[in-house]
Design a protein around this ligand. Structure first.
Ligand code: 4AD
Ligand code: MG
Length: 433
């Protein structure tokens, strides 16, 4: 007899199989017990019929407790009423590990309680579905950049540079020197692009942001492609192709998870239709002003969550907002050819109120201009000599962007809060578990 995973049940209809599972819930009467089972690949039901099993097996089915681990043996049947579509009629149960008074019960729990038990909460259905979709987005990311001819260049985590400004740095000692946890791998990817053309990094990044919003993590994962001989408009095309590819991957490979989350695939399907609209920052300000909902907004302001939510809801697809004011963007962005007040950049705002999921730009290439910007940003020029070398030796037009993995996961899964989109979230007041 074969030992299988629940996910493969469809290939074993009417066969006898063995599966290692945990019990999530159960219901029983004098004659029959329904065991809700999971094994990390899917959730399904086990049925134990008293008249078909030994007295000992039926007794065990009645006393087994939430999150106890078991081997169950039985026959797979179709079960048209469930999301999953199959169930197992159990003939044998072997207990593997006991579980007493599992803290997360089917009743409602507060968010803090659940976050304190994140190591167990991850076993729940919704969290399972979100983590599977996160995994699909990671898988599709590698597939996409591979097929588009990118190579992965890993950026260091311990760095001496601060691409996104000095206010949100995690400081640490590096023997007798100072170092920071990486805010972004971008500057290193620029070196990679000058060496290998099209590169990307995919790693953890850190922001000591004192923001307590449903969109901010202290530690998050970022995908940062960087492309040599590429202007901003072509970079936007890569970005929208990439996002549509991720959404398509989830539609193709995560139907079961979308059902568990009650996420409408038809809504997601719209996001695979390209191109996405592009509006300028100037036009965005105009839309906000015209709405009457933002009486204080003025040209030069950065957008907070309410503004981004409004703009993203205004379109039924992701929307690029291009050419933000220079004063609110990082030092490395390419200045506009005819305007001194804006830079060649774009943020991609996700619809349904999810806000910025990508930030990117064309990069400045002029050494003198960059040196000036580095000084203006309060950074030490010495730390960026290597970066300026990239402009001294065969500089080319180049562009890149960063996608926040958890922002994308939150949006695609339709979750309320970004803390759901990463296994162990680091939040303003949380580093446990
Ligand atoms: O807009 P950001 O700060 O851009 C950069 O770091 C560039 N160096 C990227 C590049 O051009 N290579 O961050 C990029 C993305 C944001 O659009 C957002 O999705 C995500 O990273 N992000 C966060 N996600 C979760 N929590 C936070 N605190 C985040 N800050 C940024
Ligand atoms: Mg940004």
């Amino acid at each position: 007899m074969e030992t299988i995973s629940i996910i493969d049940a469809s290939k074993h209809v009417d066969e006898e199989v063995r599966i290692g599972v945990w019990l999530t819930n159960k219901r029983s009467s004098g004659k029959i017990a329904f065991l809700q089972l999971r094994d990390g690949t899917a959730f399904f039901q086990g049925v134990v019929v008293k008249s078909n099993v030994s007295a000992a097996v039926f007794a065990l089915a009645k006393e087994v407790r939430q999150e106890e681990s078991l081997y169950v043996t039985g026959t797979i049947h179709q079960d048209k009423r469930s999301h999953f579509g199959y169930e197992i009629e159990i003939s044998e149960i072997e207990k593997v590990g006991a579980s007493e008074d599992y803290p997360i019960t089917p009743k409602e729990h507060g968010v803090d309680f659940l976050m304190d038990h994140r190591h167990l909460w991850l076993r729940s259905k919704r969290q399972f579905a979100v983590m599977q979709i996160r995994n699909e987005i990671i898988r599709a990311t590698y597939e996409f950049f591979n097929k588009e001819g990118f190579i992965k260049i890993d950026a260091p985590i311990l760095t001496g540079s601060a691409p996104e400004g000095t206010t949100e740095l995690f400081h640490t000692k590096y023997f007798d020197k100072d170092a920071y946890l990486s805010q972004s791998g971008q500057l290193y990817e620029e070196a990679g692009a000058m060496a290998y053309g099209k590169v990307f990094s995919f790693g953890p990044t850190f922001r000591a942001e004192k923001s307590k919003t449903r969109r901010h993590l202290i530690e998050f994962w970022m995908i940062e492609p960087e492309m040599a001989f590429m202007h901003q408009e072509q970079s936007l095309e890569v970005q929208e192709r990439y996002i549509a590819f991720l959404v398509q991957g989830v539609l193709d490979n995560c139907q079961y998870e979308l059902k568990l989350l009650e996420r409408d695939p038809e809504v997601l399907r719209r996001y695979t239709e390209l191109p996405y609209p592009r509006i300028s920052y100037d036009e965005a300000i105009q839309l906000l002003t015209d709405s009457g909902e933002f009486p204080d907004v003025k040209w030069g302001d950065d957008f907070g969550s309410p503004e981004e939510t409004f703009l993203a809801e205004h379109f039924s697809k992701p929307v690029f907002v291009v050419n933000y004011p220079k004063a609110i963007k990082p030092f490395y962005m390419k200045p506009h050819p005819t305007r001194t007040d804006v830079v060649i950049c774009a943020d991609l705002l996700a619809p349904e109120g999810y806000g910025e999921i990508i930030g990117g730009s064309e990069r400045a290439t002029d050494v003198r201009y960059l040196t000036e910007q580095i000084k203006k940003a309060g950074l030490d020029e010495k730390d960026y000599e290597w970066y300026l070398d990239l402009r001294r030796y065969g500089s080319v037009p180049h562009s890149g962007f960063g996608l926040g993995l958890e922002r994308a996961v939150t949006w695609i899964t339709g979750e309320e809060h970004i803390r759901e989109a990463i296994p162990f979230p680091r939040l303003l007041n949380r580093i446990y578990p």
